[in-house]
Design a protein around this ligand. Structure first.
Ligand code: SAM
Length: 338
């Protein structure tokens, strides 16, 4: 047996207890192989409902390795899965859409539905963006939101495809706002809403983060140095009971720079101010090179300085399908009670 097949089998076996739990939860999306921690750096294998999504980030796989992954996974799960392979080993982790080792079958390129926490999500193996439409390491945070949203107003910042918003709606939130500057991501959020027709409708705010959060927080809106201010949707000052802040590692727009390494504070401060007294702010940092031990004091200090001191905090780790040998998972999540 190849060393890859051995590593896959060990990873699958270690997930048996988790997979039983996930099945009871109504979840059929999870990471089957987290290569960086399980013996093949730069390789991930995820199940999204009927689909097996293989991604390589360091070097492309050959057809034989791909076949072996597909065979091992379908054997283990005892059911057929449509294979999608996205090689992202080229610059900026862009999908190589002309990859010779694999051209997905038509059925694997069709829109599919997968489930998490009993909710239905749109799955699309290839689309105009690079990442799958649901980030699996945030599952536990989505579950927490679903459990703690009853009657709350919820603000989902950097909402991507609105998974957190959907969980809030399913948890009985009174009002859910999703904010993102990419209309194509919000469009998937709308589809996710339509896939769960029994849920109350959510709001979708198509806006850059900085003007949206600064208006909600009652702060002035400014452009990056020397730039004219582009147009932006007007919002009135408002606080929410539950706020989720899960930004990308780095992004630049006319209004400012998202930079989790050098300046988490300028994202965090307005989000704190837009969180109600007695409310909860869940904040995330997905940069592997920032440890929880460095980041947590910075978050707590920023809250103190903003006049919104944290009364209680709790760290939430990703589930066991994202193992970390050193106990330092890249995605760090803090639940702050203000
Ligand atoms: C890493 S994803 C966030 C993941 C998301 N919280 C989730 O639950 O899956 C990054 C998202 O931030 C959005 N984004 C990046 N910069 C932004 C900005 N300045 N304003 C608003 N959205 C931004 C992107 O369009 C993308 O949807």
């Amino acid at each position: 047996m190849s060393s890859l097949a051995q590593a896959l089998r060990a990873a699958f076996d270690s997930r048996r207890p988790l997979l039983d739990e996930l099945q009871q939860q109504g979840t059929d999306c999870y990471r089957l192989f987290h290569g960086s921690q399980e013996g093949a750096a730069g390789l991930t294998v995820d199940r999204y409902g009927p689909q097996l999504m293989v991604q390589s980030f360091h070097q492309a796989l050959d057809a034989q390795a791909l076949q072996s992954i597909h065979d091992e996974a379908t054997d283990f799960l005892g059911q057929p899965l449509q294979l999608i392979y996205n090689d992202r080993s080229q610059s900026n982790s862009r999908i190589d859409r002309s990859n010779q080792a694999h051209q997905p079958e038509d059925v694997a390129l069709e829109d599919q539905v997968a489930h998490e926490w009993g909710l239905r999500y749109r799955v699309r193996g290839r689309h105009s963006g690079q990442d799958p439409l649901l980030f699996l390491d945030l599952r536990n945070a989505r579950g927490w939101v679903k459990q703690h949203s009853a009657g709350k107003s919820v603000l989902n910042l950097f909402s991507y495809t609105c998974g957190v918003g959907l969980c809030a709606a399913a948890g009985g939130a009174a009002d859910v706002w999703n904010v993102d500057f990419a209309e194509r991501n919000l469009a998937v959020g709308r589809e996710n809403g339509e896939l769960n027709p029994s849920l109350p409708p959510m709001q979708f705010v198509h806006s850059d983060y900085f003007p949206a959060i600064r208006q909600l927080a009652g702060l002035p809106v400014s452009a990056r140095r020397g730039r004219a201010l582009p147009d932006y949707p007007r919002l009135v000052q408002r606080q929410f009971d539950l706020v989720l802040l899960d930004p990308p590692a780095w992004a630049r727009s006319a209004f400012g720079t998202v930079d989790l390494l050098r300046d988490y504070q300028s994202l965090l401060k307005p989000a704190l101010l837009a969180t109600a007294e007695d409310g909860v702010l869940i904040c995330c940092n997905n940069l592997a090179k920032v440890s929880m031990d460095e980041w947590r004091p910075l978050v707590l200090r920023c809250a103190e300085k903003a006049g919104r001191p944290v009364r209680e905090w709790q760290a939430l780790a990703p589930a066991a399908d994202f193992p970390s040998r050193d106990g330092l998972p890249p995605l760090k999540t803090l639940i702050l009670r203000l």
